[in-house]
Design a protein around this ligand. Structure first.
Ligand code: HEM
Length: 261
């Protein structure tokens, strides 16, 4: 949070407003309909981010928002709307996804106690567990793309996916959730396995727009697991986990646990 330039108070704002932007379909967060709720969430995020980012122009702090506010592309500073959209992207992409991967990973380990035990016994397994948690949980379920060409430029061939011809202007949905359970790629694709190797998941996307924060997200997950297992002898669920209704970022709204030392 601080590294990005958002304050502790900002965490509360993102928690409340982020739920509207990301989970507008969920009745708990909804106001006047799903599309209206999402639009409201993004409007509030823009207003809040604008207030943080503009004072940093010419008066930088040691944070990422300041780098954006004072950065230039080919000598031109970013426009106000570019600044705000980049700020929101960094915060939402970094916060909503990672918190859900952490919570989803702990839930998966509680549902697979033998694997939790293996991790306790051998912390070296944590790195593989992180990859499996990222594959297994659903921080980013789908994304949209619009095809810019009928052909794959490098191969100079028509773009075809599983026999389906893709035309310029076609709107495509990338189902990361499905790709990561593809049984032609993963053995026992529908099983959670912290020892899985290799694990060629596509959870952070692919190509030039691959997730900027993938290594950071994996570091956060690894440290959380290491510390959790080191500090607490017991982690137990004390209530039913509740998922939000969302088709973009899957989240756990509530997941009560008891930690014992
Ligand atoms: C488990 C956690 C995360 C998951 C599952 C995730 C997933 C993704 C996915 C699927 C994409 C789209 C890739 C594509 O378009 O091909 C993406 C893009 C992006 N992510 Fe993440 N992400 C995570 C954490 C983070 C973190 C911690 C940050 C930064 C603090 C971050 C920043 C970004 C940014 C800036 C982009 C846009 C990159 C671009 O368009 O060039 N993400 N992420």
């Amino acid at each position: 949070m601080r590294y990005l330039g958002y304050t502790e108070a900002g965490l509360g704002v993102f928690d409340q407003v982020g739920n509207k932007a990301i989970s507008g379909s969920d009745p708990e967060f909804q106001r006047d309909g799903a599309a209206e709720t999402t639009a409201l969430g993004y409007r509030l995020l823009r207003e809040y981010t604008l207030k943080l980012v503009m004072p940093r122009r010419g008066c930088p702090h040691a944070d990422a928002l300041s780098a954006l506010a004072n950065g230039k592309i080919d000598g031109t500073p970013l426009s106000e709307s570019e600044l705000v959209e980049m700020g929101i992207l960094l915060m939402l992409a970094g916060f909503e996804t990672t918190r859900n991967a952490v919570a989803g990973g702990i839930l998966a380990l509680l549902q697979h106690p033998a694997q939790m035990k293996s991790l306790r016994q051998d912390h070296k397994l944590i790195r593989r567990a992180v990859e499996e948690i990222v594959r297994w949980t659903n921080p980013a379920i789908t994304m949209m793309r619009v095809a810019t060409s009928d052909t794959v430029r490098v191969a100079r061939a028509n773009t075809e996916i599983s026999g389906k011809q893709i035309k310029e202007g076609d709107r495509l949905v990338l189902w990361f959730a499905s790709a990561n359970r593809d049984e032609s790629v993963f053995e026992r694709a529908d099983q959670f396995d912290v020892t899985r190797s290799p694990n060629p998941h596509l959870r952070f996307g692919f190509g030039p727009h691959t997730c900027l924060g993938g290594p950071l997200a994996k570091l956060e997950l690894r440290i959380t697991l290491e510390e959790l297992l080191k500090r607490y002898n017991g982690v137990e669920s004390t209530g039913k986990p509740e998922r939000s209704q969302a088709n973009f970022v899957g989240s756990l709204k509530r997941f009560p646990v008891r930690l014992t030392v």
